[in-house]
Design a protein around this ligand. Structure first.
Ligand code: GLN
Length: 304
């Protein structure tokens, strides 16, 4: 029997003693003041056992991790039609890269880079009656937690400095791959990124993707075939130009955010979340990557 609690404790000890903890994202000013000495890790097995170490109950900004949730909601609303507007290929580029869009007629490479997530946000703005409120309701429902909320200060902070996202949205609009006004889509997108959660909550949120589309409340949100697609996209595109490295080192589908969170999962087995705000040069949590590599190596549990 593996002693998961001891393994997480060991990983936490290694993390707090690491000499290089990466650099906290400062291009969103509201995130710049977060202390990079925070480190949390939380595991939930499919049987419902939970383990945690460090700051696993402290809320942080989930940022790009939300792109998986918006994709899941869009697929539940319009199914395979999503793929008419966004591709499924890894980009090999940073999350805010615009160049590829020009050559590919406004079809983003995948839904987990910013341009792709903006197209998915547009789908939700078109199909939800009250987009921000309805999306929050969906996230609260799959997590079975009504305390989850948007951090308005983070959303405003990103709105004030989100020049590249404005550029991407305008480019998509020029290619007619955005149906709603740029401002409306960006307002939704900045809010989804500003969702705040703890490691414990995020682990619960992603449970449905490790459980064939059925959430903790036993409600079916996606078909098995749709969950397969989302997990495949996380594996190939979840870490931008470091997706290969994450598959190589960790070997799990997962998603990172510039708030320093990473969530990863082994279907039918477990969901694991790490939070460490210092990022590496590719914009992924430095210690989170190391922690998950240590976890899959020590437990010998990965999709490979
Ligand atoms: N909200 C951030 C942005 O659009 C998300 C980026 C990320 O987490 N990688 O720049």
């Amino acid at each position: 029997m593996l002693d998961f609690q001891a393994i997480l404790k060991g990983i936490h000890q290694d993390a707090i003693h690491a000499s290089d903890k990466g650099v906290v994202a400062s291009y969103i000013p509201e995130l710049a003041h977060i202390d990079k000495n925070n480190f949390g890790i939380h595991l939930r097995t499919s049987r419902g056992e939970t383990y945690g170490a460090g700051e696993f109950n402290k809320p942080f900004s989930i940022q790009s991790i939300s792109k998986v949730l918006s994709l899941a909601k869009a697929m539940s609303l319009i199914g395979e039609d999503v793929w008419k507007r966004v591709d499924v290929e890894p980009s090999g580029h940073p999350f805010n890269q615009l160049a590829l869009l020009e050559v590919e007629n406004g079809i983003p490479r995948n839904p987990l880079i910013n341009s792709g997530a903006l197209v998915i946000a547009d789908v939700l703005v078109s199909h939800l009656e009250n987009p921000k409120a309805d999306f929050l309701k969906f996230v609260r429902e799959i997590t079975n937690d009504s305390n989850i909320k948007y951090n308005e200060a983070v959303a405003i902070s990103e709105k004030n400095t989100g020049f590249k996202n404005y550029a991407a949205a305008n480019l998509l609009k020029s290619f007619k791959n955005l149906q709603n006004p740029v401002e409306e889509v960006l307002d939704f997108y900045f809010h989804q990124c500003a969702l705040e959660m703890t490691c414990t909550q995020l682990t619960k949120t992603f449970f449905f993707l490790a459980n064939k589309g059925t959430c903790l409340l036993n409600k079916v949100h996606l078909k098995e075939s749709q969950v397969k697609r989302i997990n495949a996209i996380m594996l190939t595109c979840g870490f931008y130009d470091e997706a290969g490295e994450f598959a190589f080192e960790v070997g799990l589908p997962g998603k990172s955010g510039v708030g320093g969170g990473i969530v990863a999962l082994l279907p039918d087995n477990f969901v694991i979340t790490t939070w460490s705000p210092g990022l590496n040069k590719k914009g992924n949590s430095k210690l989170g990557m190391l922690a998950l590599e240590a976890f899959t190596t020590r437990t010998k549990r990965s999709i490979f």
